[in-house]
Design a protein around this ligand. Structure first.
Ligand SMILES: Cc1cc2nc3c(=O)[nH]c(=O)nc-3n(C[C@H](O)[C@H](O)[C@H](O)COP(=O)(O)O)c2cc1C
Length: 363
């Protein structure tokens, strides 16, 4: 079971679903067939000569904390400006908007890769007041494997198969994720991975014991395809490998069955089967560096996807502030503030998460 989703025991689900007929159930949840068509449209390859709007559709395929998509885009002739959408903040898990600016960095880098690959190369500049500018010119298209990976990347919250990643591929990941102002540590030996696992579990236990954290998480859960398509945001149960339920049943089941013991066991398996863990550190604790961290981690995830690897965040040891010093120390970075933790390895495809339409993010 995973913190960002939830699962119910089969017995509990049957008890809950006992009074609901198949047709009523389907009407309440929608179907995975419809959902898959919906996400395929969101993730369709860009046309040969994309408009700026097409590029923004690709940019919003970037990851964001709780899939809040906390961004707005304004379009100019030679610039796209991304601003934070403060109405989508998650103040409990992210009290100083760190994840919000990291998410904007993920979107900005995705935009830059898509624009450069299709003939609008440019630069990303974070501004003092919090917006991020992508300024571009006309240029020859420069395709990259990272571009092809944009619609295929996902946060895969599943067990991996434990296979080791070759040294050559690890070097590719490090090279592609290089970003000024950001350091990356890859942990691929078991003792180090085990210690990070223990910190993830400690952090998850602390978060799940906090009613405010649980209430905020529940607000962003989407228990079925119908709700995930309607809202276009949030954490879709099936994208975490969890069962689909009508909304009310999902909410009740979350309260009744979502427990730290089972979640921690699931995290243990997920990290035990990972090939490695990537820890990202910004040189400074400010918005510009959080944007840079987002850019680096998105490049890492896209490079991993292009190599056939899966990734998913396990950020509990950075979200629970008291665990940060221990995490930093165990990867040899005492005194620095770790920004993100991501596991990687070989694993299955899970259903993709949804996105809001481009119109909803245009200023
Ligand atoms: C800054 C940031 C923090 C995140 N933290 C977590 C996390 O701790 N655990 C997790 O399972 N997913 C985490 N995510 C992943 C998001 O939930 C995910 O990107 C979102 O649901 C969209 O799904 P996708 O990545 O599959 O497109 C994080 C993403 C970002 C950008």
């Amino acid at each position: 079971m995973n913190r960002r989703g939830f699962i119910t025991g089969t017995a509990g689900m049957l008890a809950f679903g006992g009074g609901v007929g198949t047709l009523g159930w389907r009407a309440a949840t929608g179907s995975m067939g419809e959902y898959n068509t919906h996400v395929a449209t969101l993730r369709a390859q860009l046309p040969h000569d994309p408009t700026l709007r097409d590029l923004i559709r690709y940019a919003v395929l970037a990851p964001s904390g709780h899939n809040t998509q906390p961004w707005r885009f304004a379009v100019d002739e030679h610039a796209i400006v991304i601003s934070p959408d403060l109405s989508r903040a998650t103040p409990v898990v992210d009290p100083n908007d760190h994840h919000m600016f990291v998410s904007m960095g993920c979107a900005a880098e995705t935009l830059r890769i898509a624009a450069e690959s299709t003939g609008r190369p440019g630069e990303i500049e974070p501004e003092e007041e919090g917006s991020v500018h992508y300024t571009f010119a006309e240029g020859a298209p420069r395709l990259s494997p990272l571009f092809a990976a944009i619609p295929r990347r996902q946060s895969t919250r599943a067990d991996f198969d434990g296979r080791r990643v070759s040294v050559v591929d690890l070097m590719t990941l490090e090279r592609e994720a290089k970003m000024p102002g950001v350091a990356l540590v890859l942990v691929t030996e078991r003792p180090g991975i085990d210690r990070i696992r223990d910190l993830v579990i400690a952090g998850n236990g602390a978060q799940m014991a906090d009613p405010a954290f649980m209430a905020e998480l529940k607000h962003w859960l989407r228990f079925n395809p119908r709700l995930a398509m309607k809202m276009g945001d949030g954490l879709f149960a099936a994208a975490s490998g969890n069962p689909i339920l009508p909304d009310q049943l999902g909410r009740g089941a979350f309260d009744l069955f979502f427990r730290a013991t089972a979640e921690n066991r699931k995290y243990g398996h997920q990290i035990d089967t990972a090939s490695g863990i990537a820890v990202f550190f910004g040189d400074r604790e400010d918005r510009a560096h959080w944007v840079a961290v987002g850019r680096a981690c998105q490049r890492f995830a896209l490079a991993a996807t292009s190599l056939g690897l899966r990734t998913s965040f396990v950020n509990q040891p950075v979200e629970v502030a008291r665990l940060r010093p221990e995490l930093a120390a165990l990867v040899g970075a005492s005194g620095k503030r770790p920004d993100l933790v991501m596991r990687f390895g070989y694993g299955p495809d899970l259903p993709f998460s949804s996105r809001r339409p481009v119109d909803a993010v245009l200023s």
